[in-house]
Design a protein around this ligand. Structure first.
Ligand SMILES: [Zn+2]
Length: 135
C-alpha cells in the first residue's frame, strides 16, 4: 500500500526535525550575522558563515499564502483527505514555513489569519502543522 512521502532528514535539518519530535519549533540563526533562516541549510545565505545556532520559535504566525487541494494525487493516498490546505505561514520571527492548515475548513482560511503550531505524530515523524489561533 502506498504511503505518504516523508520529509528527508539530513545534517542541516536534523535539529529541526528532532525539535519537532519534542513538540518544539526551532529556527536556525546564523551565529555570525544573527539572521534567522528557513529551511535549514549549512551556510548562511546572507554572510556565508557555517556557524549556526537554533532558537525556539513562538509557534505563532499568520497565513502568508495558501492553496486548497481538491484533487487527490496520488489518489490511493490522498482520496480520503481532500479538500486540504497547503499554506505558507509567516512566523512572528519573520521566516516562512510551508505546512498544512488544520482545525478549520479550508474555505475558512483568509490572508493574514493568525495561526499557531500544533504537532502531528505520523508514521515515525512529527510534523509541524498550524491551526487558527486559539488565544
Ligand atoms: Zn550570517
Amino acid at each position: 500500500m502506498a504511503q505518504k512521502p516523508q520529509p528527508s532528514l539530513d545534517a542541516d535539518s536534523e535539529n529541526f526535525w528532532g525539535a519537532c519530535a519534542r513538540h518544539e519549533l526551532v529556527i536556525q540563526r546564523c551565529a555570525e550575522c544573527t539572521r534567522l533562516r528557513f529551511p535549514p541549510v549549512g551556510l548562511c545565505p546572507h554572510c556565508g558563515s557555517a556557524e549556526v545556532e537554533h532558537v525556539e520559535a513562538s509557534g505563532r504566525g499568520r497565513i502568508y499564502s495558501w492553496i486548497v487541494v481538491t484533487h487527490p494525487v496520488p489518489k490511493e493516498i490522498y482520496a480520503g483527505e481532500v479538500p486540504y490546505a497547503v499554506a505558507l505561514v509567516e512566523l512572528e520571527e519573520g521566516v516562512r514555513l510551508p505546512t498544512n492548515i488544520v482545525g478549520c475548513e479550508p474555505s475558512e482560511i483568509t490572508a493574514d489569519m493568525p495561526v499557531e503550531v500544533v504537532f502531528k505524530d505520523s508514521d515515525g515523524m512529527t510534523l509541524p502543522l498550524f491551526r487558527p489561533s486559539q488565544s
